[in-house]
Every structure is written in C-alpha cells, then in structure tokens.
Design a protein around this ligand. Sequence first.
Ligand code: PBG
Ligand code: ZN
Length: 335
Amino acid sequence: MKPHQNQSTAAQRPRRLRTTAALREAVAETRVHASDLMQPHFVLDADSGLEAIPSMPGIERMGRSELLRRIEADLQLGIRSIMLFGLPGAARKDPEGSASQAADGCVPTAVRAIKAAFGDDLVLATDVCLCAYTDHGHCGVLHEGHILNEPSLGLLAETALAHAEAGADLVAPSDMMDGRVAAIRGRLDQAGHDRVGVLSYAVKYASAYYGPFRDAADSAPAAGDRKTYQMDPRNRREALREAALDEAEGADMLMVKPALAYLDVIAQVRAASSLPLAAYNVSGEYSQVKAAAQLGWLDEGAVVSENLHAMKRAGADLLITYHGREALEQRWLNR
Ligand code: PBG
Ligand code: ZN
C-alpha cells in the first residue's frame, strides 16, 4: 500500500475544514467589519494645513479643511467612527491646560465643522485630556512634583463639556485620574447633555508604545513619567478594578489600551462587563508594523489583518486603529 492510501487513524481531522479558501471563510469565527473601526485624527488649530509625522508614516496632522476631506473619503470606505485629538500649538499651553476648555479651541471648532458637514452619519468621539495643553505635558494639575487628583477633575469635566457643547457624540477621558468618569458624567448631565456618552479609557497602562503619539501630539511630559496615574503593565487584576469603577461611575463604553500586548486583559474585561469594549491599537503598535514593512521584513497587509482580528477575537467590539483607512483601501481584511 502506498503511504497516501493509508487508512485514516484519526476520525477527527481539523484540517478538513481548512481545505479551501471558501470553506475557511465559511467557518471563520471572527470577522472585522469597517463598522468596527474607529480612526484617530490629529487636528491642528487652523483652517488648513498638513504636517507629516515622521514616526507615524501615513498619518498626518491636519487643518480643518484637510480633515473634512479625509473624513469624507474615509466614510466612502465605510469608516463611520473617529476619535479627535487636538493640537493647540505651543503658544497656547499653560500650567493648567486652560486651552483645553475653550469653546473656540481646536477640538470644539473642529467638532462643529465635522458635525455641520456629516451630522449623524458619523460617530464623533473626542479625547479628553490635558497633556497636549499643559506646558509640563502631564495629564493633570502638577504641584510640587505631584499630579493632583481632585483639582484635575474639574478641568477635565469642563473640557468634556466644551466638546459636548460643540456636538461630540462621545467624550473619551484618557487621563487616568480617579473619579473622572463620575465628574464628567455629573457635569454633562448638569448642563443638559445627558445624551452624550462617555467612552472611558478605563484600563490604560503606562506604556512605552505611546512614544510616536507623543511626537505627533507634542504631549510628552517635560519631566518624570505617567506611572503615578497610568497602570503598571505587570497588573491584570487591577484592570478589573478600574473597569468596575468606571462602569459604576457611569461609563457607557470601556477601553483597554494598548491592545496587542494586553490581549489577556481585553479577554478578561470582556468577560467581566457587558458594556461595549474598545481596544486601542496604539501608535507604537502601528509604527513598528510600518517600520518593519518599510524594511521589507513583514507583509504589512497580512500582519495588520492578523492583528486586528486578534483584538476582535480577544473580545473587543470597537478597534481604534491608525491602520483603518489603509486596511479598507487595500482590502487587507479580506485576505
Ligand atoms: C493622552 C493620550 C495618549 C494616547 C491617547 N491619549 C498618550 C499618553 O497617555 O501619553 C496614546 C495614543 C497612542 O499612542 O496612539 N493622554
Ligand atoms: Zn494625557
């Protein structure tokens, strides 16, 4: 008997379902849709402008007109959710990050323009934090070397209110001060914005993967680090504590950030909460794929598809990713 005619010794043959592409497609357990993707954008305090970000190839800082055109093109691809980050410019930074609360600041101004152009076709989330607006680059009020919790809450709540007044659908606090979700929820409700949701960066680690973002947003701390407010990467139980607190404070959606080095955390938060869960595929995770692809060391499309499916498989509903537009343009998710 020839070897290939041997009788099967295994009745269970997982390989049968991998025989053809059509069969693999039919039994795939996880799919990433365009509607799962949220594209982050960096908006300048200017009517127009386009600035490359060297450590994030393919991502640019945009003035309002370029941003509107980009959003329109992305909508054609099927991207219906965006996250906005404001770039106030060095001249508007001060110790308390007061430009973050201004009604005519870069984020509220962009939000009004985007909502006027696209209305409810788009889910518009705004990052709420102080670090791009403070001259010291920390996410809260800095006093004698300490980041003060309580004094930061009022500033964050006023920032969220300015975004809500401009028309944001979701405000997304990323500062990691304790009690900020309750403070923001209370301030929004008091001002009659009870329909604006809170997408909480509930589980945010003190990660070196934020490096390229800090180049992009000019938001690196001038001194020290963020380890007294962001989470220690060695901790997982603490993630459940943070998630439970934010849910109790009124968060509408939770987020785990970064994503790829924290898939276990995504899976565990998914199991512990019934709220929608976002995973933030952060700048460093993006840039390392881009760099390896530029060197010819990785197949970019295949890696991006694998990474995005991994986040979804771990339990994330919404994928916040800089790869979004290219993944759809190049049809990377369908291969
Ligand atoms: C601001 C903020 C950061 C990111 C999102 N919001 C940077 C930080 O905490 O230093 C990181 C996003 C990314 O790396 O893509 N608090
Ligand atoms: Zn911050």
